[in-house]
Design a protein around this ligand. Sequence first.
Ligand code: ADE
Length: 418
Amino acid sequence: MDFDVKDQGLAEKGRLRVEWAVKSMPVLRSIRERFAKEKPLAGLRMAACLHVTTETAALAQTLKAGGADLRVCASNPLSTQDDVAAFLALGENIPVFAIKGEDKDTYYKHIHKALEHLPQVTMDDGADLVGVLHSERRELLKNVIGGTEETTTGVIRLRSMAEKGVLQYPIVAVNDADTKHLFDNRYGTGQSTVDGIVRATNRLLAGSNFVVAGYGWCGRGVAMRASGMGAKVIITEVNPLRALEAVMDGYQVMTIEQAAPIGDFFCTLTGDIHVLRSEHFKVMKDGAIVCNSGHFNVEIDLESLAKMALTARQIRDFVEEFELPGGKKIYVLGEGRLINLAAAEGHPSSVMDMSFANQALCSEYMAKNYSSLKKTVYPVPEDIDREIARLKLASMGVTIDVLTAEQDRYLHSWEMGT
Ligand code: ADE
């Protein structure tokens, strides 16, 4: 079997860590049990371009139990957990192409390896697999019946492809399910980003000025958790509605120009390019820590920083020190890549449980319904979203109320007023 992992000797460590993750993924476990009986993905060739983590391994096991013939490649050069990649290849016989720290060429070589599988269904996180398929490997498009997309950035790219008439098959936007972004983006990114920053730096957050660029669901999560650790959170935004929410959530809101000279930590989560630029680095404090938790490593203009710097050196794992003229030092974490996956382990299993339950059920949905779908981006069907919330609550032992017949009638009526 063809695969490319860092060290096959790590497979047993990976197996144990996956077992640990699966314990916190009851919804996915229940889907896996049903898939094993019903085989809804029997013989379906799938290529999954995802962060290769313990949670992704749990999803891969689920898809395999459903009968899928799966290949996996990394969706980011720095997010792979090498022990998990080794376990998937050796313990699960799933061809995996992923090595933590791989260079750009290897990253794309691995995407091509996943595409050589001639996938019928693509599962993407950031839309790089779909991008390569629609540009360099167009001859493979004829095999594809549909796909799913995990993240905000990927959904934005796919919507742009659909609007421009470029997208060649239907894709379900898993990110947009309530059981995905309200939990994964908010609580998952919130906790794991702070975890990544703390693991990389061991700096104290309490009392610091912590600048969060972007107040989407991910930014909200990071702001909430940094604030919980005693940081004074500053939000920068371009969207007036989100900025207003940030104000009323109790944060200071200002421009990035105003925040640059006072921030101790900067974390970008905007999905846009060059949010932190040379004019900001120039006025930052000595010792400022700069990182990104948005999907791509474009939010911090690292090229400009490298040009401005007199020297650069790796001072700790995932911490690069840039010395600017005058002696000021700025620290960049994880090469400006997703800090929660670069320096920590990504979102905790119990939120990925819902995200990947959506992935599994939307793959099944695609396998059943592709022939009636158009070449565009679809929301997750509401019944899937609801069912995942119901299963998650049940797994937590939480019961909720049911409308009485009178209440139900009232909600469907208009006659009764004051
Ligand atoms: N994205 C963010 N956290 C993740 C995780 N733990 N596994 C897979 N994808 C992720």
